[in-house]
Design a protein around this ligand. Structure first.
Ligand SMILES: [Fe+2]
Ligand SMILES: [Fe+2]
Length: 214
């Protein structure tokens, strides 16, 4: 596969559009690039000897959310990707790429149904939504929806914690769960600090006072 050409195609299709009105321009293009890098990184830990599908994982990541924003975007996206990529990939590559795209958000079916490559993609896709990206999304969402500071604090303190266990359980590999756990700890710590500073407080005030000499 001619990766530079296919990447340019992804940019032409997604680089200046957005999947939802309130999100930033190019959101699915840049998400795709990050997921591709993450998927290969996870692959190097989970299947260190097997780089046979790295290009397939990369292209699947670039295009997996091509239909995001539509109902059943995974299945629709696989159909669209097959059309778009037809002249750039072999039949085998197309089948593998579209197989990944068509179930990339299926976190409920029996995982024995999925190949390691699909599961690696699923984890990379999921992980990209956490950590600093959580913070970015919440701020972008809040600004577009005219949310107030107390509402954002509420999101950090309660809503953001609601699905911790579920998201953890949805990941396929131990390495993904470890990365997720660290990202969650960062988010909660950021949220705790935001909740203090956004209400006029001083973060770690007691510790700071110990070093203060009047
Ligand atoms: Fe998706
Ligand atoms: Fe995605």
């Amino acid at each position: 596969m001619d990766l530079p050409k296919i990447k340019q195609l992804a940019y032409d299709l997604m680089g200046s559009t957005k999947s939802h009105e309130w999100k930033e321009i190019g959101n699915k293009y840049y998400h795709g690039l990050r997921v591709a890098i993450l998927a290969l990184k996870l692959r190097s830990y989970v299947l260190p000897e097997d780089d046979s599908h790295d290009d397939i994982l990369t292209v699947a990541a670039w295009f997996h959310d091509i239909s995001n924003g539509k109902e059943n975007h995974a299945v629709e996206g696989a159909i669209k990707a097959r059309e778009i990529l037809a002249e750039y990939c072999s039949e085998y590559e197309l089948n593998e790429i579209c197989k990944i795209i068509s179930v990339h958000d299926d976190r409920y079916s029996d995982r024995a149904m999925f190949s390691d490559y699909t599961k690696l993609h699923q984890d990379a896709d999921h992980l990209d939504h956490f950590g600093t990206y959580d913070v970015w999304m919440e701020i972008v969402y809040a600004l577009h929806h005219n949310d107030t500071i107390p509402e954002v604090i509420e999101w950090f303190q309660n809503t953001s914690r609601k699905y911790d266990k579920q998201f953890h359980a949805e990941l396929n590999y131990d390495i993904s769960k470890i990365i997720y756990q660290e990202k969650r700890e960062f988010l909660h710590s950021f949220g705790d600090r935001f909740s203090v500073e956004a209400t006029g407080g001083i973060w770690l005030e007691d510790q700071l006072l110990k070093t203060y000499k009047a």
